[in-house]
Design a binder for this molecule. Sequence first.
Ligand SMILES: [Zn+2]
Length: 520
Amino acid sequence: MEHFVLICIIYFFHFILFYYIARFLFCKYREFYISVVLCYTDEKEESEQPVQGRKEKTMSVKGAVMVPHPPLIVPAVGRGEEKKIQATVDAYHQAARQIAAWKPDTVVVTSPHSVMYADYFHISPGKSARGSFARFRAPQTEFQEEYDTEFVRVLSREAEARDIPAGTLGERDKSLDHGTMVPLYFLNQYDTDYRLVRIGLSGLPLTKHYELGACIKKTAELLGRSIVIIGSGDLSHKLKEDGPYGFQKEGPEYDARIMDVMGRAAFSELFDFSEEFCDRAAECGHRSFTIMAGALDGLSVKAERLSHEGTFGVGYGICTYEVTGRDPERHFLEQYFQQQKEKIRKKKMAEDPYVSLARQTIETYVKTGEKIKVPRDLPEEMYSGRAGVFVSLKEDGRLRGCIGTIAPVRENIAREIIENAISAAARDPRFHAVEPEELDCLVYSVDVLGNTEEIDSAEELDVKRYGVVVSRGRRRGLLLPNLEGVDTVEEQIRIAKQKAGIPDEAEDVRLERFEVVRHF
Ligand SMILES: [Zn+2]
């Protein structure tokens, strides 16, 4: 009997202890629990291949809008000037009413004028932030916004899990930027019952911006938040000769193209805008729109193009996207990677022995750390000929490494390629060493240099035909011919000077030119 009571008491205490441990664990890992459960249901939904356009009550992303952010659209700043962009004002009100009708818990704003890093997406930390248009002579137009701290925490965690460098580190200025405040100026006239998430852009490729967007969508699903994304961004700044930034022919081209793409919600085409083209057009919003597109990944949307104006020489475009269901055909990043892989596969099949040698060298070196032996079946001139060689790697359309020799330093071209290929992949000081998982995405080219000849002036250059070597004392910089984004001799010389560390204004320089045979 005594034993029985004792056992009962022990069991009772064990039960209490177990209950509290379970409760503690559940509270502590609630988010984890939620994500496990939701990941599971999400996968199930995906595998059922939902019918296009099916409306789901549980859809977390309600919609998105693409809007510009000219401070002068705010009457206190514009003082009448805003009337010159009335179509934009009207469309902005319509977009703001639309957001209010979606009743979001949280509004995510991506802004080009928040904190921006070359290799990191900054998400604003803290509970709240203030801002005003004081910088634009309207201090009376003020904002006080509450941040969705839980959303920020889970988004940072999800980004880390996907290898997207994003988080709340390195905030330099806590106050709200105009890229965020202009959209909120309109939205707050119709809805103030939301919390804010503010995200800056980065110098990373467009694909990373899209991935971050997909991560925003995932976070909303995990937390069961209804959200709206505002992709804040102006279009080209170079639409008019008398505009504040002048005219560039790519300016109006960019505006026409982006409005066409965004008007059709054809987000796969966002990746087709090259960096050079965007730079020349001096756009501000492309990466912002790309994050927004990513947040709509796999969703069907009803797109509406509301307005486009370029009155002041800067493009302002407004489109809205109402989410109508899931659509497995709209996973654009996945499709893009597939296409890239296919392109690279085709390229590989067509490559010549020079490129093939560079690729084999790098693939072997990155995977094993070994330098390959010179293969036996190369064309004769690669064994007998000697020349300076440059090996270039590109990834995602961006330079990923380029190292070479102006004159030959090895016994033959094959050796020259092998040595320079390893340097380009592992020792280019501008980049970190190539990693094994990047190998499938690399595109190679090999330039075999002809002899350099000294020239008297830049007039003897031709940016498409000749490369240039600029020297001054012991400093020497080289630029290959016919490079994407380098269209004039002046640009070519300027970049070569930069590479040599020669000041741009220096005129006492020696110029040489050379031709190349490019293998790609
Ligand atoms: Zn801007």
